[in-house]
Design a protein around this ligand. Structure first.
Ligand SMILES: Cc1ncc(COP(=O)(O)O)c(C=O)c1O
Length: 495
């Protein structure tokens, strides 16, 4: 593309990026054109622009699906073995908002994991819904958020009988799943609705479906079951994150007869574009076709590559791979090379120099998000670089110094502080410097991005720890939403 007459733009960036033959360990899960080509979709790819149409005669309508779109919806319904599936073109984000606004009446209450994605917080505002927070466990070694325990949900259900629904993310960004089966039982005993944000786990159903349970082991544990299999009522899947459709395309599954489908459909059309992209919907159709035709071989290849990767990674000195046991979706590879003296960002930089791009860095952890489109050589290239880092950093006197060089994770990462009570946000608000915000009531969410989970929510007091953590993120050049270019935050003006 010629850039002679204009500044470098988005298209130039994308084309330049692909020239370096990057390895993708980030979203989306298709990882480029190769997967589609391999399964006979070259004609679709080479006629991409011509397939970008609108609701012409015969093209059906997303919001009143009767023919080709209904056909793809039904394919998902069969693949996930649920009551009904809806295609989404505004990501899991729009599905979560629609699901919450269907399950909880305006002004009602919702039990929600405090580490929910920001779209869940947006649903609170849109539906005038009050949250009751369930706090995740903290993984001791690494400081990251873990499961939401059934006993936490049980307690909150008992204390808040007026809450109408429960929502939790599973897997969370790092791949840690909650015990959805037990949580679903507790929620159903109280006659409430369970919504699971399975944005990061669209593939789980297919790991259970296409691999034998004894076959499905890594270090002696199973990949967790999908929320659909565990009995959640509504499950929203970002097909784009780990499977083969385009970014922004997702599927909402209804798994119960307790949901008013008319109301859900009304909320879905409210939250989505009235010009849904046929390219996105076609990519969902193609993904369903790949899973239907070759799901078993694709999932088994993926599993084989992961198993080989973990075996080889286990032999690399100085490399730690986070593994929380049977609740781990190990398609997310969490690497820690702090024993070689590298923080997460330093490790990411090493990888980027070799054209390997990852999804997320938190403290010392680099999360590589694998997807259905990753091939053996992607894993090999990652291993090669990790070995090189280990050899360079673990040799001679550096090896002796390993513990001194270790980055103090606790200083770099921060779990969400527990705050039982939300404060009223005064009508009058003001901007104050981050350093002066301690003890004030937050009026605009402060969200490190990624992972897009609010660290401080409106109505919460800004603690010293949270303030210092946000400052450290900003100093490290991280993106933090809710802080302006002058490093100010919006708080309630109590005077
Ligand atoms: C836990 C979680 N839920 C929901 C979403 C939103 O998904 P989408 O990007 O498909 O809208 C994300 C996005 O990263 C997420 O991390």
């Amino acid at each position: 593309m010629s850039s002679m007459h204009r500044e470098k733009g988005i298209a130039d960036f994308l084309l330049q990026h692909r020239e370096g033959e990057p390895v993708s360990f980030h979203m989306p899960g298709h990882k480029g054109a190769e997967l589609y080509k391999r399964f006979g979709y070259e004609t679709f790819l080479s006629n991409f622009m011509d397939c970008d149409i609108t609701e012409i005669h015969g093209a059906d309508n997303l919001f009143q699906a009767e023919s080709i779109i209904k056909y793809t919806m039904n394919r998902y319904k069969e693949l996930y073995e649920v009551r009904k599936s809806y295609l989404l073109v505004n990501g899991t984000s729009c599905g979560l908002i629609a699901a919450i606004m269907t399950a909880v009446k305006p002004g009602g209450r919702l039990i929600m994991a405090r580490n929910c994605h920001k779209s869940v917080f947006n649903a609170l505002t849109l539906g005038n819904i009050s949250p009751v927070y369930a706090y995740p466990e903290v993984i001791k070694d690494s400081g990251i958020s873990g499961e939401i325990l059934p006993k936490e949900i049980e307690r909150l259900l008992t204390e808040n009988p007026d809450a109408e629904a429960v929502i939790i993310p599973s897997p969370n960004y790092y791949g840690i799943c909650s015990d959805i089966k037990s949580i679903a039982e507790l929620v159903h005993q109280k006659g409430k609705i369970l919504i699971v944000d399975q944005a990061h786990g669209a593939h789980l159903k297919f790991f259970s479906r296409f691999t034998d349970s004894k076959d499905n082991r890594e270090d002696g544990h199973l990949l967790p079951q999908s929320a659909e299999e565990c009995g959640a009522d509504i499950v929203v899947n970002s097909i784009h994150k780990t499977l083969a459709s385009f970014t922004q395309s997702a599927v909402l599954n209804v798994n119960t007869d307790k949901i008013d489908l008319g109301e859900l459909e009304d909320k879905l059309q409210m939250m989505e574009s009235t010009s849904p992209s046929y390219l996105l919907m076609a990519s969902l159709d193609i993904n369903a076709d790949l899973l239907g035709r070759s799901g078993k071989s694709l999932i088994q290849e993926w599993k084989y590559n992961l198993t080989e990767f973990y075996k080889a990674a286990g032999k690399i000195e100085g490399l730690k791979v986070i593994n929380t046991g049977s609740n781990m979706d190990w398609t997310k590879i969490n690497l820690d090379m702090s024993f070689c003296g590298l923080s997460g960002h330093e490790l990411e930089k090493y990888l980027m120099r070799e054209n390997i791009f990852v999804e997320l860095v938190t403290g010392n952890i680099v999360m590589c998000m694998t997807g259905i489109g990753n091939v053996t050589k992607d894993y090999e290239r990652l291993l090669q670089v990790l070995r090189k880092i280990s050899e360079t950093n673990m040799s001679g006197q550096q090896k002796e110094a390993e513990n001194h060089a270790r980055v103090d994770f606790a200083k770099l990462s921060k779990d969400i502080p527990r705050q039982e009570k939300l404060h009223e946000i005064p009508k009058k608000k003001k901007h104050v410097a981050l350093e002066q915000a301690q003890g004030l009531v937050c009026a605009l969410s402060i969200i490190p991005y990624p992972p897009g989970i609010p660290l401080i929510c409106p109505g919460e007091l800004i603690s010293r720890e949270a303030m210092e953590y946000v400052k450290a993120l900003r100093d490290a050049g991280e993106k933090v939403m809710g802080i302006d270019e002058n490093n100010q935050v919006l708080v309630g003006d109590q005077e």
